[in-house]
Write a protein that binds this ligand. Structure first.
Ligand code: G4P
Length: 198
């Protein structure tokens, strides 16, 4: 098991409905030493890429993306969730549907902060059905930016997002892939990954 899988086993809680609660260390209270380690691991996995910017989506992606951006020495930009239907022309927009929360958000990034010269690493905390990542990819495409790769902390391998993104040809690196979990016993099964740091 890698450092993240160990932490999930220790502090993650499996809830009914295939939800993994990790809010004691990842997406509510944050363990900053763990964030640093996660940032370094993303740097290691995308070391051969010439990343100019890290991009994520609010809210939970921001802290993680910040640590990744520090490792690459580049800025981080996050897509903002916007309820407004009158979105001005100075932003890139994508619609992101959340199956977990059963709602839709328009997400926006200012055209000031994304352009054709950008080589992006896209980061998020969870990958389930992939709607958030597909929204971020469409914003990158609209800006003419290059998506060099995508980094996820926890992928839910039994949902289809990971397959969709990998089938599109992107390098997708998930630090932990949960293939199964059982709310009754609390057991979590991780996918074996060849190149994971111990
Ligand atoms: P998708 O983007 O991959 O399609 O995922 P989905 O719509 O299913 O997930 C919607 C939100 O729920 C996302 O946060 C995602 O991070 C979160 N999520 C999905 N599965 C789990 C889970 O098992 N455990 C936890 N803790 N979160 C999960 P979001 O709507 O963007 O909210 P936030 O970033 O503002 O927190």
């Amino acid at each position: 098991m890698n450092f993240l899988e160990e932490r999930i086993m220790k502090d993650g809680v499996v809830k009914p409905g295939n939800v993994l609660k990790v809010d004691s260390f990842l997406n509510h209270q944050m363990d900053i030493s763990l964030m640093e380690e996660i940032g370094k691991e993303f740097k290691r996995r995308f070391a051969d890429k010439n990343i100019t910017k890290v991009m994520t989506i609010e809210a939970s992606g921001i802290g993680i993306a910040a640590f990744a951006a520090k490792e690459f020495g580049v800025p981080m930009v996050f897509a903002k969730k916007s309820k407004s239907i009158n979105i001005a022309g100075d932003v890139y927009v994508a619609e992101v549907e959340s199956f977990t929360h059963q709602n839709k958000n328009q997400v926006v990034v200012s055209k000031q902060f994304l352009g054709p010269d950008d080589h992006l690493l896209i980061i998020d905390d969870f990958l389930a059905n992939g709607c958030a990542l597909l929204g971020l990819i469409s914003i990158a495409d609209a800006a003419g930016a290059t998506v060099e790769g995508l980094g996820i902390v926890i992928e839910k391998g039994f949902q289809f997002g990971g397959r969709v993104i990998r089938n599109l040809g992107y390098q997708l690196e998930s630090l932990a892939i949960v293939d199964a979990m059982d709310p009754e016993t609390g057991s979590i099964t991780f996918r074996e990954q060849a190149d994971s740091v111990r």
